[in-house]
Design a protein around this ligand. Structure first.
Ligand code: SAM
Ligand code: SF4
Length: 464
């Protein structure tokens, strides 16, 4: 019979008691916000088992890399960093090195670890967080490897979490993805969509706001399909309204929204809310209907622009940001001109641009490339240069206005606070260390590239 949770804990405790120093664990996350959020749970589990958390891998007894599978280049960097842990392991053979997250779900990656990195003994898939204590216990019992792959369920609601910030918190609302965009590995490594219940989400958000958190970031691969499959049907806008009703002074942000499921109701909910940002991250990916079809995105530029225009009619300052892929295998010069046109038309505040990365097992991996790496690099620099000009120009809409912003950090040399406004724009303003983590009102006095600058208004002033 398998050991119970309590027996596993006792086994681990017994091992940790034999250490001549306090047991320490180091968790490093790579990739998207969801991975960082999972990383906070790994930290919570390890702390609960009796490890102190450390930022220094050299002094750790457990090192976990929680890594992302979306792009090949990022994966190679993680493999390189895992390799760099070998000398640390050789000095301390009791060290447990593990790879977890969606990168661990790839068979190719696991085969490489088995062959070339045998000291990486612990491998946990994106949905196998609860298996961490059991896997550690197996390794302490002398097993050569502990592998657990799972991406079908929801993490246990009672998992402990160590938050990286005391004022910004990520809250997953759903996991997985059903969309199978032809370039993307996510559905293969994070499984099908499943949503947390609204009760569990609301309870978590209430507690966070009660603890003084000022920004709640709701996460999911496609938050707009939140609620499908739950016993009691609920839409994402309905969830937003439920959370927005919680008393307090805080921002609600969320990502990502798939354009095929973004509705006028979503925009109305955002604009009618007290707390939700007036900014939508709406990844268009490409400005060509032909390519969008080959990407299996299920929207056209016309339907995409309808939602942009709807929001801007109601609030001309409404902000959009997007993910864009440059160099999808079949992207021609004409398709790329379409991308330049959509960027011109929407006037995004911010773009997350990615060079297409071939992912084995996806449909696009078998498509033939029609462009060279040089062409792709030239397209990317043209896109970035134009976007910089557009952001700077469009951000001027806030000049002279009072805005609320959350001060996230402060440069001690310049004394400048850096944070984001309710419209999702980066803003800099002089302030004190005590201002960090506060929602403040600022008069916008300047625009620098993609960021606003301004002056704090200490008295309670009206802000947008
Ligand atoms: N689910 C979100 C959506 O569809 O908007 C995005 C999640 S995905 C992890 C984040 C972004 O990575 C995507 O929007 C896409 O731009 C980019 N991406 C995904 N697969 C990629 C690939 N194979 N090559 C380059 N970029 C990719
Ligand atoms: Fe990937 Fe598309 Fe799902 Fe986003 S919607 S995670 S891009 S498959």
């Amino acid at each position: 019979m398998a050991d119970t949770g309590t027996q596993i804990r006792e086994q681990i405790r017994a091992v940790l008691e034999t250490f001549t120093h306090p047991p320490r664990a180091h968790v490093q996350s790579f990739g998207c916000q969801l991975n960082f959020c999972d990383g906070e749970k790994y930290k919570g589990i390890l702390q609960d088992l009796g490890y102190e958390l450390t930022d220094t891998p050299e002094e750790a007894d457990v090192i976990l890399f929680n890594a992302c599978a979306v792009r090949a280049h990022a994966e190679s960097r993680v493999i390189g960093r895992l390799g760099a842990l070998k000398p640390i392991y050789e000095k301390n053979p009791r060290l447990v090195v593990g790879l977890c997250g969606c990168m661990a779900e790839e068979e190719e990656v696991r085969a490489l670890l088995r062959k070339s990195y045998p000291f990486v003994k612990l491998v946990l898939g994106a949905g196998a967080m609860e298996r961490l204590p059991g896997a550690l216990a197996e390794i302490y019992r002398g097993e050569k490897r502990a592998e657990s792959l799972d991406f079908t369920g929801l993490p246990d609601e009672s998992l402990p979490t160590v938050r990286d910030s005391g004022f910004q918190a990520s809250v997953p609302v759903m996991y997985g993805c059903n969309n199978f965009c032809t370039y993307c590995i996510v559905p293969y490594v994070r499984g099908r969509e499943r949503s947390r219940t609204p009760e569990a989400i609301e309870q978590e958000v209430r507690v966070l706001i009660g603890q003084g958190y000022k920004e709640i970031l709701l996460l999911g691969q496609n938050v707009n399909s939140y609620g499908r499959g739950l016993d009691e049907a609920i839409s994402f806008p309905a969830l937003l309204r439920r959370l927005d009703a919680i008393e307090g002074d805080y921002f609600i942000r969320f990502m990502s929204s798939h354009p095929k499921d973004a509705t006028p109701e979503l925009i109305d909910t955002m604009l009618g809310s007290k707390h939700i940002e007036h900014h939508l991250h709406l990844p268009v990916q490409c400005g060509s209907d032909r390519v969008l079809k080959e990407m299996n995105r299920h929207y056209t530029l016309e339907t995409y622009l309808k939602i942009v225009d709807y929001a801007r009619e109601k609030d001309p300052d409404f902000g959009f940001s997007s993910d864009l892929i440059v160099g999808f295998p079949t992207e021609t010069d004409a398709d790329f001109e379409g991308t330049m046109e959509i960027v011109e038309r929407v006037k995004y505040d911010n773009l997350y641009t990615f060079i297409y990365s071939r992912r084995a097992g996806t449909k696009a991996a078998d498509m033939e490339f029609v462009c060279t790496q040089e062409q792709i690099a030239a397209r990317m620099s043209r896109l970035l240069a134009r976007q910089r000009e557009i952001s700077e120009d469009f951000n001027k809409r806030f000049l002279g206005k009072n805005v609320r912003f959350l001060a996230e950090k402060r440069d001690p040399e310049t004394g400048l606070l850096l944070g984001k406004t309710r419209h999702g724009l980066v803003l800099e303003a002089p302030g004190t260390p005590e201002d960090i983590g506060r929602l403040l009102t600022v008069r916008v006095t300047g625009v620098k590239n993609w960021a606003l600058s301004g002056e704090l208004l200490r008295e309670d002033s009206h802000a947008e």
